[in-house]
Design a binder for this molecule. Structure first.
Ligand code: ADP
Length: 550
């Protein structure tokens, strides 16, 4: 090999913030704090405080490879933690406070966290974890000097007091780019949560890969971006890394994620592009309907984490001229995989209906991600828009296994090193991904597959249905049949018959659900998705009318 004559500089996360502090210095991070007020400062200010925090961490004896946990809402201090912890070579372990306390205790111990930074709102949760926490875990409360709450555990330190005494400049260390930078556990539906351990290299390249999303997603040109997706979930979908590079204001909503609070903040800050899970957008749409308008400046909504219904896309686009981008990804992928922005030249002249249909699909891959679909024997299937099978991925930001969990790692990877996503999908000739279902959620009726996602999306178009899930129920003749569980709009009613009538021209006859149950509330997972596991348990004794022998 003839080696190139180029500098061999490691890809460091700290260089992203350094760049922003220099070349994007007047763009702002705006945060609604847990205290209720709105805090704002520039990337240059953020870099100075991050330097202080890095020194404070070192003073607490944190060094290479040490795990430092955060339990915090989206705000400027959490942003500082992201950069300072990784920047000194330690590992930023974001804890999801919505996990079951038993799972939280598991991940803190499994990760061997040495320090925990937390928002005051989580002090009761910390107390509940009590003796399950490692004895030597030190706690730092994200609060102002002299504001340490009474509920703080003995020996807890105050964030602002610690960083206040430190210098506000730093020479960030340069080290192996393959070193771990951050850690996020993903809650499997069975077994313990699994740790996804990102590296500086993977984060750096994932961020550069995200630049290929800029056209058509409202990211560029002085945008203000709002991650409603929490910083404790999968790198908040990459926004804390890409926004400083682009020179975009980053607007953090703090603890209040209801439609009204998010609307007010977006309105005041002229947020152009907001990112979150469909459940959040349900609340936002309800608020927009109530006020008869959208927040000022709102042009793009990126919805990911679970499938977006056609009804939601139509309402955003037709009623409010907000362009919906459907995003698909996984914690294991850093997390972005695909987005559904309509960008190809061949798509320029699409009819409005066809544009909307395209957006119900998960879209095309971003740079650094490769995808394939395989059949049960592991053989690759054609990308013809018809064949479907298990979706597998590989790329610079994709895991090659889980942190200290050999069994889960072996299950997750194919024999030739691709990640098995657990999703069933089709891929078109133009590279567009359409998710058919999760492998475990697909309904196997008489040897054929029914996509629970497609059925849910079709049912969501029914005017009385606010939210719904379809799960498989056992059936003596067909093996499994679909069962619809729905939450109705307030004051509306529906019956199985009129849902059938509504669905009859939208899905095949044999897809029509055999039964429906109406509930006041549908269960959600810690990441805001419908929890089909809980529904399966809740309805474990339910017998479909079509399955009764009498
Ligand atoms: P968790 O592991 O906590 O559920 P992840 O975000 O890692 O959180 O979940 C990844 C899975 O979520 C994907 O494998 C897929 O099944 C589902 N998912 C993510 N985005 C979409 C989407 N746009 N449409 C349908 N399913 C999605």
């Amino acid at each position: 090999m003839l080696a190139g004559r180029m500098m061999d500089m490691p890809m460091m996360i700290s260089s992203i913030l350094e760049y922003a502090a220099d070349a994007r210095r007047d763009y702002e991070i705006v945060s609604r704090r847990t205290e209720g007020d709105v805090h704002r400062y520039t990337y240059a200010d953020a870099a100075r405080r991050t330097a202080r925090l890095a020194h404070a961490l070192r003073r607490l004896d944190i060094g290479y490879g040490d795990r430092v946990a955060t339990m915090a809402w989206n705000g400027y201090r959490h942003f500082e933690l992201y950069y300072a912890i990784s920047g000194i070579g330690a590992v930023c372990h974001t804890l999801n406070p919505r996990l079951h306390p038993g799972q939280l205790a598991y991940v803190i111990n499994h990760a061997r966290d040495r320090l925990l930074f937390l928002d005051v709102t989580f002090l009761p949760l910390l107390a509940a974890l009590g003796e399950h926490l490692p004895r030597d875990l030190r706690v730092i409360v994200l609060c102002d000097p002299g504001e340490m709450p009474e509920a703080a555990p003995p020996g807890a330190l105050c964030y602002e007091e610690r960083i206040g005494v430190e210098a506000d400049t730093i020479d960030w260390p340069q080290f192996d780019e393959r070193a771990a930078s951050s850690l996020c556990y993903t809650s499997g539906t069975t077994g313990n949560p699994k740790g996804v351990l990102y590296s500086h290299r993977s984060t750096f390249l994932h961020t550069l890969g995200m630049l290929t999303l800029v056209p058509g997603t409202g990211l560029g040109d002085n945008a203000a971006l709002l991650p409603v997706v929490p910083l404790f979930h999968a790198n908040a979908w990459g926004l804390p890394y890409i926004a400083p590079l682009l020179g975009a204001n980053l607007v953090f909503p703090g603890p209040r994620l209801d439609g009204k609070s998010v609307f007010d903040l977006m309105d005041a800050e002229k947020v152009r592009s907001a990112w979150g899970v469909p459940t959040v957008w349900l609340g936002m749409l309800a608020e927009m309907r109530r006020r008869g308008r959208k927040p000022d400046g709102f042009e793009y909504v990126l919805s990911g984490g679970s499938a977006v219904s056609r009804a939601m896309i139509e309402e955003f686009e037709r009623e409010y001229s907000v362009s919906v981008i459907h995003g698909w990804g996984m914690t294991e992928m850093s997390p972005v995989g695909t987005t559904s922005s309509v960008q190809l030249r061949s798509e320029a002249g699409l009819e409005p209906d066809d544009r909307i249909e395209r957006k119900t699909r998960q879209g095309r891959r971003m740079f650094t991600v490769e995808m394939r679909i395989v059949d049960e024997t592991g053989s690759a299937l054609a990308h013809d828009g018809v064949s479907f099978g298990e979706l597998q991925v590989r790329g610079h930001g994709v895991v090659d296994g889980y942190h200290s969990d050999e069994e889960a790692s072996a299950q997750a990877m194919s024999s030739d090193g691709w990640l098995r996503t657990g999703d069933v999908a089709r891929i078109d000739q133009d590279g567009t991904l359409t998710l058919v279902d999760r492998t475990k959620d697909v309904i196997k009726s008489g040897g054929e597959w029914i996509s629970s996602i497609d059925l849910e999306n079709a049912a969501l178009g029914h005017p009385a249905i606010a939210e719904c899930a379809v799960i498989a129920m056992p059936h003596p003749k067909w093996d499994e049949r679909p069962f619809l569980i729905a939450r109705l709009e307030e004051g509306r009613s529906a019956t199985l018959e009129d849902i059938h009538a509504f669905l009859s021209d939208k899905v095949a006859r044999w897809w029509l659900p055999d039964d429906v149950a109406f509930v006041d509330e549908l269960p959600h997972t810690a990441t805001g998705k419908l929890s089909k596991l809980d529904l399966r348990q809740q309805f474990a004794d339910h017998v479909l009318p079509t399955a009764r022998s009498d």
